[in-house]
Ligand binder design. Structure first.
Ligand code: ADP
Ligand code: ZN
Ligand code: ZN
Length: 732
């Protein structure tokens, strides 16, 4: 006789399970069910079975439906999510349900969409690539792939480009190709396996050391400058692990933009291995399909962004975290987890290796490496022997005449690249036309009414826009404060830089990459394709451009105005800036051409730039760590924030004062600071405040938070504000 009471996790903001009756059906832990809840129904996951309940049995309701065809979520995954929910002080049911693909949170049974595969028709086989215009790059690539392989699945098409499916359908409409329905398994593009380069000494050592201890939990930190061949090391490790039968490998990448690139490199190396990606750019049905392939064990390589750390993987044998320092591994709302930290926990529990890679490791990771908690492996040379490190110079903007914000040196360097038919990249971390609209008569600056921020001028649309809340308004004709008509867009953003360049270098082909220009799904891929085809001379863009992209003909990088980060009150600002600049500098001179980096700054002698010029991450990291130790900042202490916001600041104050007293009362081992306002005092119309808690004793902090949250939940004062706990916060 099955146990009558089921303990079920639901997506509700209460940290408890809910009791339902099984109705005599036999069920398993981890199975998905539908249950009545209030006046509607909810999807839940079975977490336990019992003979009794704290509630009178006759008052319990039976579950409405079991999704018996679906595989239950395994215990390892459930436990990992439980651990995370506890650590980040988030209700377990919400954490669990939000880790699932959207389709599994919906009430309909989760059926994967039918999969299709494509092949050339006889007519298609009679055609040649020359018949496809050169501009239609994706079409050409799809056609070539179809010529090379018998049958191409949708997954393989996705690896070519995110618009490849549409192209394939178009080829069918033209009679060049035909489609057929296939089993929902993945068959990858059968390219001839890419040629493996001979590893250099450092790479070989890294591979050897890790493979020697590939059967146990060990965290490895690969510190390798850009282009030092970290990805090659990952691939050798993967090869080694994949020799074990059924082994699965999880590769975490910071952003969706980077997955297609890594994915196609992996696909051409591991031509016969099933590989799936998991990120938010997939359609809901694709995401479900990929997730299920991971869960069933049939996908062997899983490339994903932060959420994929919670994917059920029955045979996980290795976790790789590329660009491990990247801030996007930290979730900034709901459960504020850090995917890298969770990856370490998961690897430890499974007793498998975890490999972190970066050119500029997070100070937390560097600290762990110097303390021998992580095993450090260094790649100090660029892998392609001909590739030289770029020459980095700082130009003092106070000592030269700027032309629209550009130094004569940078303009001359751009002209030289144009003459040599080489490419340039200008990095400016500010989108829009100019960051402020200023009244020259009274110094009024257009503010956002909903945030403590200024409105950014978007001249093309003749709008002022808040980059924090999205508020938008027309550019005023005259100053609202003094009536003067002399309003000036002041300072430079990507749009203005693009315009300036077009004026200065009328023959240059310029492309801008920022969140405004890349809002369409494939816009970035298209621009990057153009860069590769030498159809672009100058790229202007934000940090979106800094990462991962490999442009062999790009020999100049210009950095415009990053000085504000040098003097930011955020103690992590310089760490982030250094990482960013190392990364953009790494874009210059990747192939056989020497690169040049020009940084425009008012502070050319700043220590950060000195470290950058000598490309010396290690001394800079050590210096920053020393500073952090002196002032007792992370990684030398652990922090947590209690954040609160409300329309009325009085409520925030009341709540925080109350929480402050509670927190102070709990534990002497944790320093609880007075409530303060964050730098961004108002955001999206909400008044904000927070309490910082800090300690060298992580367990004490965890205990305090657990007590504090338990007390606060359900108190009326807490119901009047929106409050959240942020453990190991990255932003303040
Ligand atoms: P990273 O990930 O550290 O930036 P990559 O793995 O992308 O570096 O390598 C940079 C370039 O060097 C790539 O084009 C790669 O194919 C090449 N490469 C990597 N290892 C070697 C090697 N041992 N010999 C020759 N080329 C290599
Ligand atoms: Zn004015
Ligand atoms: Zn705003």
């Amino acid at each position: 006789m099955p146990k009558p009471v089921l303990k079920i996790a639901l997506d509700v903001p209460l940290d408890r399970l809910f009791d339902y009756l099984s109705g005599g059906q036999s069920v398993e832990i981890g199975q998905r069910v539908l249950v009545p809840f209030g006046r509607s129904s909810q999807i839940g996951i079975i977490m336990g079975k019992a003979d009794t309940s704290d509630f009178p049995i006759e008052k319990l309701k039976p579950i409405a439906q079991i999704f018996a065809d679906e595989a239950p979520i395994d215990i390892e995954t459930l436990n990992l999510i439980k651990f995370s929910a506890d650590y980040y002080q988030y209700p377990f049911g919400q954490a669990l349900l939000s880790a699932l693909p959207a389709r599994l949170r919906q009430i309909a049974p989760a059926v994967s969409r039918k999969q299709y595969a494509y092949q050339l028709t006889d007519f298609g086989r009679a055609q040649t690539i020359e018949q496809i215009p050169k501009r239609q790059l994706v079409t050409r690539r799809v056609f070539e792939a179809l010529q090379a392989a018998e049958l191409i699945t949708e997954a393989a098409l996705d690896a070519i480009s995110s618009s490849a499916r549409k192209v394939a359908k178009h080829l069918v409409a033209q009679g060049w190709a035909s489609s057929q329905q296939v089993q929902a398994t993945i068959k990858t593009l059968e390219t001839s396996a890419a040629i493996e380069p001979q590893l250099n000494e450092e790479q070989a050592l890294a591979v050897q050391r890790i493979t020697q201890e590939a059967q146990i939990f060990k965290p490895w930190l690969i510190h390798g400058i850009t282009g030092s061949g970290k990805t090659e090391v990952y691939m050798r490790l993967m090869q080694h692990i994949l020799q074990q039968e059924n082994a699965q490998i999880l590769v975490l990448v910071p952003e969706i933009n980077l997955t297609p690139q890594l994915e196609s490199r992996f696909r051409s190396r591991f031509a016969n291995i099933s590989l799936v990606s998991l990120h938010s750019n997939l359609s809901e049905s694709e995401r479900l399909h990929h997730w299920q392939l991971a869960q069933s064990g049939s996908a062997k390589i899983i490339i994903g962004t932060r959420l994929s750390i919670f994917t059920p993987l029955p045979n996980l044998k290795l976790i790789i975290i590329d660009e491990e320092h990247d801030g996007s591994y930290k979730q900034q709302d709901s459960m504020r987890y850090h995917a890298r930290d969770i990856a370490l926990v998961r690897a430890k529990r499974l007793n498998i290796p975890v490999v972190l890679g970066s050119a500029t490791p997070a100070l937390e990771s560097w600290h762990n490496a110097t303390a021998n908690k992580y095993n450090l492996l260094s790649l100090n040379q660029r892998a392609v022997t001909a590739a030289q490190l770029p020459n980095i110079e700082c130009i003092d903007t106070t000592k030269v005449n700027l032309q629209q914000g550009l130094t004569p040196q940078l303009i001359a360097a751009l002209k030289l690249r144009l003459a040599r038919k080489e490419q340039s990249l200008l990095f400016i971390n500010r989108r829009g036309y100019s960051p402020v609209l200023l009244c020259t008569a009274c110094h009024w600056i257009a503010p956002c009414m909903r945030c403590s921020s200024r409105l950014v001028v978007h001249l093309g649309q003749r709008k002022l826009r808040c980059h924090h809340c999205g508020h938008e308004q027309k550019i005023p004709q005259q100053c609202p404060s003094c009536g003067d008509a002399d309003l000036h867009p002041t300072g430079h953003g990507t749009q203005r830089l693009e315009q300036t360049l077009a004026q200065l270098l009328p023959n240059a082909r310029i492309a801008r990459v920022d969140r405004d220009s890349i809002s369409r799904k494939n816009a970035l891929v298209e621009i990057l394709d153009k860069v590769h085809n030498q159809e672009i001379d100058i790229l202007v863009g934000t940090q979106m451009l800094a990462k991962g992209h490999d442009f062999p003909n790009l020999t100049l990088v210009g950095v415009i105005d990053t000085d504000s980060a040098l003097h930011s009150p955020d103690f992590r600002a310089s760490e982030r800036l250094f990482a960013q600049l190392m990364q953009v500098a790494g874009r210059a001179g990747r192939a056989d051409k020497a690169g040049q980096v020009i940084i425009q700054t008012q502070f050319p002698e700043h220590v950060l730039f000195n470290a950058l010029r000598s490309q010396d991450y290690v001394s800079y990291a050590n210096a920053m760590l020393q500073e952090r130790e002196q002032v007792q900042f992370p990684p030398y202490v652990f922090m947590a924030l209690l954040r609160a916001e409300a329309n009325d600041f009085a409520l925030v104050q009341q709540f925080l004062n109350h929480a402050f007293k509670l927190a102070r009362g709990f534990n002497a081992d944790v320093t609880v600071y007075d409530p303060i306002r964050p730098q961004m005092e108002r955001l999206k119309g909400m008044e904000r405040g927070h309490i910082l808690m800090q300690t060298a004793n992580r367990t004490a902090l965890q205990k305090l938070l657990r007590n504090l949250v338990a007390e606060l939940r359900g108190q009326t004062i807490a119901a009047k504000v929106r409050w959240t706990v942020d453990v190991d916060p990255l932003e303040f």
